[in-house]
Write a protein that binds this ligand. Structure first.
Ligand SMILES: [Zn+2]
Length: 439
């Protein structure tokens, strides 16, 4: 049997709408109630893509996706990875809209089995196609956005790790590299008057560290550039902001984003030492990682990560091997992972509203050599109210009744959702099913 569903996404302006309307049609297999659907709108980008184009930077080779059709693009695009400002949009390739499966929700004890952060397909109130959005509010809840985060009934709600990973938005990847990209890492001057030269240097297209005779930690700072069309110089240093590479035609003020996720990959000896500093608001927090001793020193405490012979570090002693450190500040929690194993989670205070000190991420070399093979940075979705003035705290409270859900699109600047609808909440009866979060 074949069934078909029409789904739509709503977006802010009619001009964008014309490009972004989503039509989902599908059939289901025997014994499987799910339906295949085609995403045609980009209010869920970059998690789900409707019609879009893919462009490639001719400087750093980074490939990126832009909502809409080629005809609607400016002639030159800005590379969101390296800031190169003249990527020829004529070379961009149209991409088909993504196909997804819509699975009807199970009903357990009279309740729909829908969790916060699920992506759902929703029947529209008239004959317009259905839409896909992410669930942020559950039945009976009152939702507010505060400084980019979601609060339910006054309490911060955090994304589980797999949702944080599925929704994080790429900001920078040094694997797509050019001489310019490497300039975004800046060796800090030593604090004392030692002048034996830089201990961080570029070798073979990567930042390498050689210990200095003083043994003093030497810092390499990552500097964020505003990789958007701008009258400022390309290398003007800014905080991470809530830019979407999808939205080249959307003019708006960007919000500063404090929720960042850095992944630093090294080649180093097993016994190496490396420090990582992350600045949250005005506070600079330092991890001192001693791979040889299997310990991390942090804020006066220490955590062991070798312990019972875990496979965190499993190469032969002394041999150079790949090591990976993740530092994440999503949802007011600072977490750190070494080779994928979570070690420390520290709650972060509410923002005091002051400007963030820069840089946000620094890497410190100590007494052992290091080669940084890759540095990646993502940011969290920055939630804000409709109508909030260049900020996130409009103070609006969205309320869901019994069997009602509050929904937003991941592409916050263009999505039309519970923030805009006259009746913000959607009845569970209008939810057609869930869609797998992207991996
Ligand atoms: Zn580039």
């Amino acid at each position: 049997m074949r069934t078909s569903v029409k789904l739509k996404t709503e977006v802010l302006s009619s001009r964008v709408l014309a490009v972004l309307v989503v039509i989902l049609v599908g059939c289901h297999d025997a014994g499987d109630e799910s339906r295949e659907a085609v995403v045609a709108g980009n209010s869920m980008a970059p998690s789900f893509w409707g019609d879009h184009v893919r462009a490639k930077c001719d400087q750093c080779r980074y490939s990126f996706q832009v909502a809409g059709e080629q005809a609607g693009l400016p002639s030159q695009l800005v590379c969101p990875n390296c800031g190169h400002r003249s990527v020829d949009s004529a070379t961009a390739q149209p991409q088909p809209a993504q196909r997804v499966r819509v699975r009807p929700c199970r009903v357990v004890k009279g309740k729909l089995e829908i969790d916060r952060w699920d992506v759902v397909a929703v029947r529209a109130s008239d004959d317009r196609p259905a839409m896909i959005k992410r669930v942020i509010g559950l039945p009976g809840e009152s939702i507010q956005f505060v400084d980019g985060d979601v609060f339910a009934d006054g309490r911060l709600v955090r994304k589980p790790p797999h949702i944080a990973e599925a929704t994080r938005i790429p900001v920078f990847d040094s694997a797509y590299s050019s001489a310019d990209v490497l300039r975004r890492f800046v060796p800090r001057k030593p604090s004392a008057d030692h002048s034996e030269g830089r201990s961080w240097s570029i070798r073979d297209g990567m930042w390498s560290y050689s210990p200095t005779s003083t043994g003093e930690t030497r810092w390499l700072a990552y500097e964020q550039w505003r990789c958007v069309s701008s009258s400022l110089p390309k290398d003007h240093v800014v905080s991470v902001e809530d830019w979407y590479e999808a939205n080249v035609n959307v003019n708006r003020n960007l919000n500063r984003v404090r929720d960042i996720w850095a992944r630093i990959e090294f080649l180093a000896a097993e016994e190496c030492q490396v420090d990582v500093a992350v600045t949250v608001g005005q506070k600079r927090l330092v991890y001192e990682i001693d791979f040889g001793g299997g310990r991390v020193l942090f804020e006066g405490g220490s955590v062991s990560f070798r312990g019972d012979g875990s496979s965190l570090v499993n190469g032969a002693r002394g041999r150079t091997q790949p090591l990976r450190i993740d530092v994440c500040t999503f949802d007011r929690q600072l977490t750190m992972r070494i080779n994928g194993v979570g070690l420390l989670a520290v709650d972060l205070p509410l923002s005091d509203g002051s400007a963030q000190a820069l840089p946000a991420i620094e890497i410190g070399g100590g007494e052992t050599p290091l080669v940084m093979t890759r540095f990646r940075l993502w940011r969290d979705i920055h939630y804000f109210d409709h109508g909030a003035k260049n900020g996130s705290d409009g103070g609006t409270r969205l309320v869901a009744g019994p069997n009602e859900y509050l929904l937003v699109g991941d592409n916050m600047p263009v999505s039309v959702d519970s923030r805009h609808w006259p009746v913000p909440a959607v009845s569970g009866n209008d939810i057609l099913g869930t869609i797998d979060n992207k991996k």
